[in-house]
Write a protein that binds this ligand. Structure first.
Ligand SMILES: [Zn+2]
Length: 298
């Protein structure tokens, strides 16, 4: 005998009145297909509780993770791209920028900010893949260059979080110039004795790998991140051979000596502050500008 009995027959609910499960209530891991609640997924900083797959997250989420109490001051938040080459592909570059800004709420593919991380000043530049594949154009290069300058002037360590498809096609040569510019700025930072940590996340490729992402005093990566210069298909076609298993994964790149270590996102803040604690010369902690930034960040 059933528990419930339909008394009235022929009840039809129109489509518009049907209640649907709200989007974003459940998360299904793309790797192991384990299902978790979105709240649990968020609690694990968008990593899978079963296989530890690291989902792609945006600059805003990295700022939330890295800065104490999620408090930070953004640098150059309003900077956005021009159209130096009057570039047109399937649509004109300015139109593409406007549409992407509207869809993502972002100004370009990187955000830079400073604040306190475990009580110590830190400048963070984090890339957003949703903005034209995290591609590096003039704005990305300029914002990173300025963030490095800020770190140097304030004598505060610099953390770069890369997630990029490489140089931005629509700015061609102007994009490539950003590689030289950011590299030169990092050389000045190094000369000033300020630590630079580069975190490579999924994916980090092209001109970004070939410049600032691989220039850290420590180059570290998230588990499973794709790290390379050219894509695997291009390499396979060029050398005419099959590529080894796990090619271009963070683990493979680590094994071949290009990375210092792989860090779980849940350990990221602690690992960075431990590392900086070891690197930080007494001069940085004790200088007046560092004290000033501490007050401003609060
Ligand atoms: Zn999983």
């Amino acid at each position: 005998m059933s528990w419930f009995k339909r008394v009235e027959k022929g009840i039809v609910t129109p489509t518009e009145e049907k209640k649907e499960t709200p989007d974003g209530l459940w998360y299904k891991c793309p790797e192991c297909k384990t299902v978790a609640t979105m709240a649990e997924h968020k609690r694990l900083l968008s990593t899978c509780g079963n296989c530890n797959h690291h989902d792609r997250i945006d600059a805003a989420e990295y700022f939330e993770i890295m800065f104490d109490g999620g408090k930070f001051e953004e640098l150059d938040a309003e900077m956005h791209s021009g159209d130096p080459l009057h570039f047109v592909d399937t649509k004109a570059y300015p139109q593409r920028l406007v549409a992407t800004e509207k869809n993502t709420g972002l100004r370009d593919a990187v955000r830079t900010a400073h604040g306190l991380s475990n009580g110590q000043g830190l400048v963070v530049a984090a890339m957003d893949f949703r903005f034209i594949g995290g591609s590096m154009g003039s704005v990305v290069g300029e914002k990173i260059a300025r963030a490095i300058d800020f770190a140097r002037q304030q004598r505060v360590p610099f953390l770069m979080i890369s997630r990029s498809g490489g140089a931005r096609m629509m700015e061609a040569g102007f994009s490539l110039m950003q590689m030289a510019k950011t590299s030169a700025k990092l050389a000045l930072l190094s000369e000033a004795g300020i630590p630079y940590i580069s975190l490579l996340t999924d994916p980090t490729t092209g001109g970004v790998t070939a410049s600032f992402a691989m220039l850290g005093d420590f180059n570290i990566a998230e588990p499973g991140a794709l790290i390379g210069f050219a894509g695997p298909r291009v390499i396979k076609e060029t050398i005419g051979k099959d590529l080894p298993k796990g090619f271009q994964s963070a683990e493979f790149v680590l094994e071949h000596g290009f990375l210092d270590f792989i860090v779980d996102r849940k350990q990221l803040k602690l690992k960075i502050s431990d590392l900086l604690g070891m690197l930080r010369p007494a001069a940085i902690a004790a200088t007046a500008p560092a004290a000033k930034i501490t007050q401003r960040a609060l």
